[in-house]
Design a protein around this ligand. Structure first.
Ligand code: ADP
Length: 379
């Protein structure tokens, strides 16, 4: 297929659809199971979840790097999962850059164009234009090893853009960069997405990255879709304690159900007090039944000591973060709580903590911490 054909093949679609996509490796349970996803033109969709939940498999299936065990993939009305990778016309960027070490930066960027039999002059021009987009034009003659990690990743992005794809697939593109570069490159990716009117599928395990880049989040759990929505929807209303754990609800602890109030308000017993929250999904629990409570550090308020419904704890570690303090506190029973506050707190002081019932999310059942590869507070 020539470049012109490849570009025509990917031009002007309205949506890409994954329908019931399943991928099993050998006899193991499927890495991805009955997965449905629609990518509208211009969407920036982040696939989010802990390591091993099937994100890369979903991307690899869409890219044509992994065959489907079941299901199908469509570009509008046309079935594309039977097409080889190079005919799908996607730009791809991976965590490990995958640059050729013996080729110059310029030749690396030209590579995809050479594969598509683009004439030499045009190839050179398009590669330089792509390098200009990522502000690396003056490094065109260097070898990848002469560039920093961030610059190498920008070369990988330029290479993906040089074929002028409408869809770019990115798999943890920033994971190998240090914190400062990660933020810089995040902005760069967002700028390119906006300027080029790209459609992006982006794999990450980093909620902050997903929240700041994506127009839509898709949270996976053991190869299945757990929740999808705008970053704001998923952040504010996680459907499960699992999703909450990913959305910055650092305080995740077991509690037992006491009674129901008006609407979905429920009272639970935790840390030797009763805490009022909101039951998120499912039937009312049975009395004494196990529930999981999720509270974000910024949703705690320091109350008066006498407040009998407050959780009592002692400030253990206090970190200064400019406008606020980040505090790790310990309850009498040994549970660890995290809070953010603009009040002054010193290590060793007694705290009484409350949170608005609508910001205390209560989920049926216990929490399998091993599923979350993030650090969460133990009760
Ligand atoms: P994630 O990207 O969320 O970390 P992956 O899609 O890479 O997850 O992996 C999902 C599951 O599939 C994991 O259990 C992983 O070990 C398994 N897996 C991934 N790729 C392969 C492969 N090529 N062969 C066998 N098992 C694989």
């Amino acid at each position: 297929m020539t470049d012109a054909q490849a570009r025509a093949a990917s031009a002007g679609f309205e949506k890409l659809s994954l329908r019931g996509v399943t991928r099993a490796y050998g006899k193991n349970p499927p890495a991805l199971c009955d997965f449905d996803l629609e990518l509208g033109r211009g969407d920036f969709v982040a696939l989010l979840g802990p390591s091993g939940c099937g994100k890369s498999t979903a991307l690899a299936c869409l890219a044509g790097l992994q065959p489907l065990t079941r299901g199908s993939i469509w570009r509008d009305e046309e079935r594309i999962d039977t097409r080889p990778t190079e005919q799908r016309g996607f730009g791809m960027v991976f965590q490990n850059y995958a640059l050729f070490p013996h080729l110059s930066v310029q030749k690396n960027v030209e590579f995809g164009l050479a594969m598509r039999k683009v004439a030499r002059r045009e190839r050179q021009q398009r590669a330089l234009a792509a390098l200009r987009t990522v502000q690396l034009e003056e490094h065109a003659g260097k070898l990848p090893s002469q560039l920093s990690g961030g610059q190498q990743q920008r070369v990988a992005i330029a290479r993906a853009l040089a074929i002028e794809p409408e869809v770019v697939l990115m798999d943890e593109p920033l994971s190998n960069l240090d914190a400062a570069l990660r933020i810089e490159m995040r902005t760069e990716i967002k700028r390119l997405y906006q300027e080029r009117g790209l459609t992006v599928l982006y794999v990450t395990h980093d909620q902050e990255e997903a929240l700041s880049l994506a127009t839509r989040l898709v949270v996976l759990r053991k190869g299945r879709l757990e929740q999808t929505g705008t970053p704001q929807e998923v952040y504010t209303n996680p459907v499960s304690a699992y999703v909450a754990g990913f959305m910055g609800y650092r305080n995740l602890f077991p509690a037992s159900y006491l009674e129901s109030g008006a609407g979905r308000e429920v009272t639970v017993s935790a840390f030797e007090t009763s805490v009022t929250g909101t039951l998120i999904a499912g039937e009312q629990p049975v009395s004494g039944g196990e529930v999981t409570v999720a509270i974000r550090p910024e949703d705690f308020t320091i109350a008066a000591d006498a407040d009998k419904n407050a959780i009592k704890a002692i400030a253990e570690v206090v970190e200064f973060h400019g406008r606020e303090l980040s505090v790790q506190a310990r309850t009498a029973a040994g549970g660890v709580l995290h809070l953010k506050t603009d009040q002054s707190v010193v290590a060793g002081s007694n705290l009484a903590l409350t949170a608005r019932p609508d910001r205390v999310l209560v989920y049926q059942g216990g929490l399998d911490r091993s599923e979350l590869d993030i650090e969460v507070g133990a009760a």
